[in-house]
Design a binder for this molecule. Structure first.
Ligand SMILES: C[S@@+](CC[C@H](N)C(=O)[O-])C[C@H]1O[C@@H](n2cnc3c(N)ncnc32)[C@H](O)[C@@H]1O
Length: 193
């Protein structure tokens, strides 16, 4: 059964569109954020895709990256790109997150693919796997909205900034900042107090 919310079936198209550019949309934004983390921090990349460009930026910034993705094809591409980065083919709901605690968790382009109840569970799980002072960065539209993913045709849902703030707070996380990248993607940057 596909656990990648439709990404496995369009994996080759996704690789063509995003999985080759090393300076793709969001790279500069994630680099700036990564520079707010302690040097050499451990970081879990949820829904890592091929790792280009996001994991590449994190590795270049000296982070110790661990990665999870539910698409077999995208994870295969990831392992070719980053043979020494630990990576598992798992859904975020079923993953043990390597049974580790992290300095940061990042989820770019993933949150809104999940059903609403799973989104709250993922935020809680990320919080549970963060050390005190650790950060969670994820993208989702600022406004509460639903749409069909242009590549997969599957339903996407943003809970909206107000609801995400509440869910973060319930999980013991404080929202530090919100920002947007050159592609119009909206970021929520939170910390575990
Ligand atoms: C829009 S892509 C973003 C990939 C990467 N983060 C990037 O910025 O290029 C979403 C990724 O999430 C993965 N994904 C979707 N649902 C997932 C789930 N429930 N568990 C783990 N990975 C999932 C897909 O396979 C895909 O690689």
């Amino acid at each position: 059964m596909d656990k990648s919310n439709g990404y496995e079936k369009i994996a080759s198209r996704f690789i063509e569109l995003r999985g080759k550019a090393t300076d793709g949309i969001g790279a500069a934004t994630v680099r700036k954020w990564a520079r707010t983390l302690p040097p050499g921090a451990s970081i879990l990349d949820l829904g890592c895709g091929t790792g280009l460009p996001i994991t590449k930026v994190l590795v270049e910034e000296g982070m110790r990256v661990y990665a999870i993705d539910a698409s077999p094809t995208l994870l295969r591409a990831f392992r070719q790109n980053f043979p020494s980065v630990p990576a598992r083919r798992e859904s975020v709901a079923e993953s043990s997150f390597f049974d580790l605690q992290y300095g940061a968790v990042i989820a770019i382009g993933l949150m809104f693919l999940l059903p609403p109840t799973e989104q709250g569970a993922m935020i809680q799980k990320a919080a549970d796997h963060l050390r005190t002072g650790g950060k969670l960065l994820f993208t989702a539209p600022r406004v509460k909205t639903e749409w069909k993913d242009v590549l997969t045709g599957e339903q996407s849902v943003s809970l909206g900034a107000e609801r995400y703030k509440t869910v973060l707070s319930e999980a013991g996380l404080s929202l530090l900042a919100e920002f947007e990248d050159e592609g119009g993607n909206y970021y929520f940057d939170a910390v575990k107090e």
